[in-house]
Write a protein that binds this ligand. Structure first.
Ligand code: IPM
Ligand code: MN
Length: 356
């Protein structure tokens, strides 16, 4: 097959980890006789520096005319410490999600057997955990209007808005995943306090009764879900939740895996899908060859699987990552004292694919 991939390295460690994912995709292309054409574009702080816009029209055009999008990370400390900056790199990510219609973000969590002890949680808690977070990605407080300050500037507000249609379309995605897994969806909300959460509960309950009654649907308040995630993560199969709760819970889920550097994600919706690691731009690690590239490489595997229907190739990438971790050929965040940096880990995984 021949596919074009929009490649958006972004900021911080983004370019280094993306380079490894491209290396691995090249190995897949060589081994399975595919052709991948990469089209590079700027997003985030690097795009502000070159164009003044964190998600330039030219980048959007490249995404829309490619078969899929691979994205690294966004964010730069020079903006984090400047609350009065008018343009921020993160706006690029939000604009990209909104304009590509990426309303569903899938974040799978499954610890590697050889890494159980790298989690700060006890082995018997994380062992056997296997769930996905389906996070709504284009609504809620991230996008609700009105937002901003009052005239005096001494009051600020954000608005959480959800429509029934926005809830239904992402709930459909969650049930579709559950039907291929253990058939259980847990809706995480704060229905004891928030009106939006009550609409989520009502809508998902009705949808379940109407279309998915063969599956199990549970409800859990977000505070309780945070506690359950680190005390009994095996209880979850598919977690369905709104944008902000999903953001917070998916970082927490990184603790179960032992490193946030191992968690990939896929975002899909109205057309193009986008694949990215769940971690940020780790500016302190940029250029040091220490960032773990596995989350980005596994995001490329999700692309092969979901966007290109190349499941054998995706399985080969996952297996190569597993082998790298089991054989200690990975970065020091998970292999203490490791001699493998970002590049060497990418080389090893690409080599494994060719050798498998
Ligand atoms: C994520 C990130 C983003 C988010 C930031 C960088 C805007 O934390 O993808 O989880 O909050 O969605
Ligand atoms: Mn986040």
């Amino acid at each position: 097959m021949e596919k074009t991939i929009a490649v958006l390295p972004g900021d911080g460690i983004g370019p280094e980890i993306i380079r490894q994912a491209v290396k691995v995709l090249d190995a897949v292309a060589e081994k399975y006789h595919h052709r991948f054409v990469y089209r590079y574009a700027d997003v985030g702080a690097c795009a502000i520096d070159s164009t003044g816009n964190p998600y330039p029209a030219a980048t959007h055009e490249i995404c829309m005319t490619s078969d899929s999008v691979l994205f690294g990370a966004i964010g730069d400390p020079k903006y984090d410490n400047n609350p009065s900056a008018r343009v921020r790199p993160e706006q690029g990510l939000l604009a990209m999600r909104k304009s590509l219609g990426l309303f569903a973000n899938i974040r799978p969590v499954k610890p590697y057997p050889s890494l159980l002890s790298s989690s700060p949680l006890k082995d018997n808690i994380v062992e056997g955990a296997d769930f996905i977070v389906v996070r709504e990605l284009t609504g809620g407080m991230y996008f609700g209007e009105p937002r901003g300050r009052n005239e005096a500037g001494d009051k600020a507000f954000d608005t959480c808005v959800y429509s029934k249609a926005e809830i239904e379309r992402v709930a459909d995605v969650a049930f579709a995943y559950a039907s291929r897994r253990r058939g259980k969806v847990t809706l995480v909300d704060k229905a004891n306090v928030l009106a939006t959460s009550r609409l989520w509960r009502e809508t998902v309950k009705a949808l379940h009764a109407e279309k998915y009654s063969d599956m199990q649907l549970d409800f859990m308040f977000v505070d309780n879900a945070a506690m359950k995630m680190v005390s009994n993560p095996r209880d979850f199969d598919v977690i369905l939740t709104e944008n902000m709760f999903g953001d917070i819970l998916s970082d927490l889920a990184g603790v179960i895996n032992g490193s946030i550097g191992l968690l990939p994600s896929a975002s899909s919706g109205e057309g193009k899908s986008l694949y990215e690691p769940i971690h940020g731009s780790f500016p302190q690690g940029a250029g040091k060859n220490i960032a773990n590239p596995v989350a980005t490489i596994l995001s490329a595997a999700m692309m092969l699987d979901d966007a290109f229907g190349a499941s054998e190739e995706a399985a080969a990438v996952r297996k190569a990552c597993e082998d790298a971790i089991a054989e200690g050929a990975c970065t020091p965040d998970i292999i203490p004292g490791s001699r493998y940096g970002t590049e060497e880990t990418g080389d090893f995984i690409a080599w494994k694919i060719l050798a498998l």
